[in-house]
Ligand binder design. Sequence first.
Ligand code: ADE
Length: 221
Amino acid sequence: MKIDILTLFPEAFAPLKISILARAEESGLLEINLINIRDFSKDKHKKCDDYPFGGGAGMLMTVQPLFDAINSVYNKDAKIIFPSPIGKTFTAKKSEELSKYDHLIFVCGHYEGVDERIFELFDIEQISIGDYVLTGGELPSMVIIDSLARFVDGVISKESLESESFSNGLLEYPQYTRPQTFQGLSVPEVLVSGNHQEVEKWRKEQSLKRTKELRSDLLED
Ligand code: ADE
């Protein structure tokens, strides 16, 4: 999968260059390109923001650099995403859906927002990561990319995907590793019993118990 990220702050994306995502890039499963929107500004000072018509607080990103930056990577099969608090809230289901595309383009807004005409010039899906406001689209883009990359074939094992929270509508069960006893606390006996059926049963029960206690809303339907 190819992911183009258009941003005024490419240096913000260092977290995508470590650990699982770095390995996915090295092995060719993912290609993440950082494109600086400022490079496309036709303004003599490379300005990319301006005051909003009609007045109001803060600055808006101007449409010309955004338009040219998108066009520099666009093709008709690409899906364009603009993280924004006005979008539908991101979910595991959406994450998996996005992971099926061969080419994603993330456009990161900053300051008070972007000139609305960009949404008329391209088919862009706005996605929110929650009901709160961040200073820009960089962090939400990273959240969405980190999550969807896990669904790209080969990035992590199928087994990990199947057992984790939300994959079956429930929260993940508790897990333990060595040492078997720490500060007087022992891991649940069933996990060291060697009885796989009992382990599975215990995990299902724990998932359900946790979901009831912490996220009963997930059980409503
Ligand atoms: N940009 C600013 N706030 C955001 C949010 N909550 N979700 C996605 N993008 C945003």
